[in-house]
Write a protein that binds this ligand. Structure first.
Ligand code: SAJ
Length: 405
């Protein structure tokens, strides 16, 4: 039996995928409400294909509980927040989950950590627990998750995976376990390399986005169209520049690269600069919004609305979202967050001035900042027609009323 610990954005789909591929799975989370919701037959977040996978997993016999199980394999998939001041990882959830697993785990159990951790975290925080508790018998593995929100179900099936283990035989046996559902290539390596590759992958993406954001700023100063510049540059067979935008959100790309900066402050200079460039974007959009307001004679921020609150399109996750970062920066500049906010994906109240229908959003609005290009935007755009649009993601098409980054 496999006990998946932590039923959030990664743990839940992983547990469901395992359960629908012939494995006996129990999902555990300390959050009683979350477990109750799952036991009521409902999923806890929106994700393409998740509800169908959930129904199939229920039929296959998956169970949800707050209790850790006595079994041979544990998958830890808990959050790894970071300290915003010193930029280092906070491994508290991994540490407490490991301790509780060890209370239940029989001799020789396999402990797979899927949570993203900075290189060396397992040596510094997990191994000491195993030695203190005399549990050298536990087979320790790091199998960092790689799935992208918005396409998680497909990526769980098709992405290549990395398995880090002390003993290559243990690594191979865990690779076989994942091969029950994973059709990608599975690389087996040591634990520290697995930790590093995960952070490197997200750092690579952060730097690529930072490059495009910097290009957007250069093109604005130089009077060039950054989208056209990137589109044509990407026709080169060895160039693949990502898209500029209003900032970088989510729990991964703006967070994980800081682990390297936090642990290697003297060396990770290039990475630090890239992260600072991405972090500057929400405020850059705000400045651009004021520029456009001035040009268009819009003097009152209450006549300006923000479309999109999630960190990217077609997800309901608002963590570290560019809109939240922008609202924070408005508070700092004392212009208040008087702009109305609407996001078709976010039903719960997250911020002041949030409204829950397009009609309420549009009432009296003269300008809209389109922060997220949800699929619904295609329908909503026709209603936005006679307003001024600021389009930092370049998802609204072209027109006299549409301003770019
Ligand atoms: N973004 C841009 N321009 C782009 C692409 C993205 O501004 O061209 C922005 C998005 O709008 C968003 C942020 O970057 O605000 C991050 O979004 P994302 O789609 O790039 O990535 P995540 O955070 O949803 O998922 C990433 C993925 N990592 C990589 O692709 C290397 C995913 O595979 C990881 O599993 C995930 O991080 C994670 O959990 O680590």
């Amino acid at each position: 039996m496999i006990n998946v610990i932590g039923l959030g954005y990664i743990g839940l789909p992983t547990a469901l995928m395992m359960a629908t591929h012939g494995l006996e799975v129990v999902g555990t989370d300390y959050n009683e409400d979350l477990v109750a919701t799952l036991n009521d037959g409902k999923t806890t977040f929106k994700e393409d294909g998740l509800d169908d996978l959930f129904d199939a997993a229920l039929k296959a016999g998956i169970k949800f509980t707050t209790e850790y199980q006595v079994c041979d394999t544990y998958v830890i998939s808990v959050p790894t927040p970071y300290d915003k001041i010193d930029k280092k990882i906070d491994p508290c959830y991994v540490v407490s989950a490991t301790n509780t697993v060890l209370d239940a785990a029989p001799t020789g159990a396999t402990l797979i950590i899927e949570s993203t951790v900075s290189p060396g975290t397992i040596d510094r925080f997990v191994r000491p627990i195993l030695s203190e508790r005399n549990r050298g018998d536990v087979r320790l593995v790091h199998a960092p998750e790689r799935i992208i929100p918005g396409d998680m179900v497909k990526e769980l099936l098709h992405n290549n995976r990395t398995i880090g283990a002390d003993d290559p035989e243990v690594g191979e046996s865990v690779a076989e376990l994942y091969a029950n559902f994973c059709q990608g290539e599975i690389s087996v390596t040591d634990i520290r390399t697995a930790e590093m590759t995960k952070v490197v992958e997200n750092t690579f993406r952060a730097i690529n986005i930072a490059f495009s954001n910097e290009l957007a700023k250069i093109c604005r100063v130089g009077g060039m169209d950054v989208s056209e510049v990137i589109r044509i540059s990407n026709k080169h067979p060895r160039v693949n520049i990502l898209q500029p935008g209003p900032g970088v959100g989510g729990h991964c790309i703006p967070v994980d690269p800081w682990f390297l900066v936090g642990d290697y402050p003297e060396t990770a200079n290039f990475i630090r600069m890239a992260l600072q460039t991405n972090a500057s974007m929400p405020e850059y959009v705000l400045e651009r919004a004021f520029e456009v307001m001035k040009k268009e004679g819009i003097d009152n921020p209450e006549k300006v609305g923000i479309y999109g609150l999630t960190y990217k399109e077609d997800v309901d996750d608002v963590r570290e979202s560019p809109t939240l970062q922008m609202l924070e920066s408005m508070d700092i500049h004392l212009c208040g967050s008087s702009m109305r906010v609407y996001d078709p994906w976010v039903e719960r109240d997250e911020v002041a001035n949030q409204v829950h229908s397009v009609d309420e959003f549009l009432e009296g609005l003269e300008m809209i900042i389109v922060m997220v290009g949800h699929s619904q935007l295609k329908d909503d755009l026709s209603a936005f027609e006679d307003r001024i649009l600021l389009d930092p993601r370049n998802v609204c098409g072209d027109g006299e009323n549409i301003y770019k980054l």
